[in-house]
Design a protein around this ligand. Structure first.
Ligand SMILES: [Mn+2]
Length: 343
């Protein structure tokens, strides 16, 4: 579609939206709503309430929300518990951030047979089935999130965005763009508008950060406390042991600066699981594959198995002696580095 035409369509549709006599409205989004879907539903809910204070507006989240969206909804006191509404009871159905009707779970099949006014707000390319049946279509497939389109709608209608709505919309944009890895000019324009409403950007970033469970945090910290640091030539090879989360620990040790991290977990029945990670730089310089050269042979040596990838591998072996196994890993790596250097 030609962007100029799209722009014209958009303002016509916005005008229709502005004139539309909202009275009873259900706002729906795709099942397992993500942060962009949550933000879009809530922002539309507030917008309609602001421009038509007497309207009856309900938000519907089929099959609930994903974990991050749920956490953010709780933080902003957005009521997301699922009530099985009968769409017959509404005059208007607003669908946001939903690429196809199939994503509306139990409402999928009913929508088109209900003969309701359909309003579509989206950044996905439009499904024909939806486009043909919609009364108003505010859709911009060049936008990277539905949230940024909704910022435009507020702007065009000259409605101030309430602060909690701004925070949710900016969270929607951050998450749908994967922290601004995919953007359009509209992304930055809408972010600027949201920042101007007084959003605490750092607080929103913090909210989007997946919190670790207490046990994983403690496992990481304990494993760091028990670390042993080995220098082999220019490389820093670290080993440690922990009762759970060995791969999470190994990852964090690489991000702390280790070239190689080996983490052992003593399982019951005389078994040990070993998890190894290395930096890309280490693999490039040494050609040492953690899978082929380290975990696989060690797995075989101790009647277990080992494998994975060059930069990340694991083994499960029969042994009771964690300390010896970790020493063996270090001496093997040492030999391999020397071998590869003289190859
Ligand atoms: Mn989206």
């Amino acid at each position: 579609m030609n962007s100029q035409k799209l722009l014209k369509d958009l303002s016509e549709e916005l005008f229709k939206f502005y004139k539309y006599p909202f009275s009873s409205i259900a706002i729906l989004t795709h099942r397992y709503a993500d942060v962009d879907a949550l933000a879009s539903v809530y922002a539309m809910y507030r917008l309609i309430k602001l421009i038509r204070p007497n309207a009856n507006v309900e938000m519907i989240f089929p099959n609930s929300l994903n974990l991050t969206a749920k956490r953010i909804a709780e933080k902003f006191n957005v009521e997301t518990s699922f009530k099985n509404f009968n769409l017959e009871d509404f005059k208007t159905i607003v669908i946001v951030d939903t690429a196809s009707l199939g994503m509306l779970a139990q409402y999928s099949n009913k929508i088109l047979h209900l003969d309701k006014d359909l309003i579509i707000i989206d950044h996905h390319s439009l499904d024909n089935e939806i486009a043909e049946n919609a009364l108003i279509t505010i859709c911009d497939p060049t936008a990277q999130s539905c949230s940024e389109i909704i910022v435009e709608i507020y702007e065009e209608l000259n409605v101030n965005i309430p602060l909690e709505v701004s925070s949710l919309l900016i969270a929607g944009i951050i998450s749908d763009t994967s922290r601004f890895q995919r953007v359009s000019p509209l992304t930055f324009k809408s972010v600027l508008n949201l920042i101007r409403t007084g959003v605490d950007y750092n607080a929103v970033l913090e909210l989007l950060h997946e919190p670790l469970s207490d046990s994983e945090r403690i496992a990481r910290l304990k494993a760091c406390q028990r670390i042993s640091i080995n220098r082999i030539e220019n490389y820093v090879i670290v080993t440690t042991y922990i009762g759970a989360y060995e791969s999470s620990v190994a990852n964090i040790l690489i991000s702390l600066g280790a070239d190689v991290a080996i983490v052992a977990n003593k399982l019951d029945k005389g078994k040990i699981r070993i998890c190894a990670r290395c930096s890309e730089k280490f693999y490039e310089n040494t050609s040492l594959s953690l899978s082929k050269d380290l975990m696989n042979p060690i797995g075989k040596m101790f009647n277990g198995y080992g494998g994975g990838h060059n930069l990340a591998a694991c083994a499960e072996i029969f042994s009771n002696n964690v300390e010896n196994i970790l020493k063996l890993c270090i001496s093997t790596i040492k030999k391999l580095i020397k071998r590869n250097r003289y190859k």
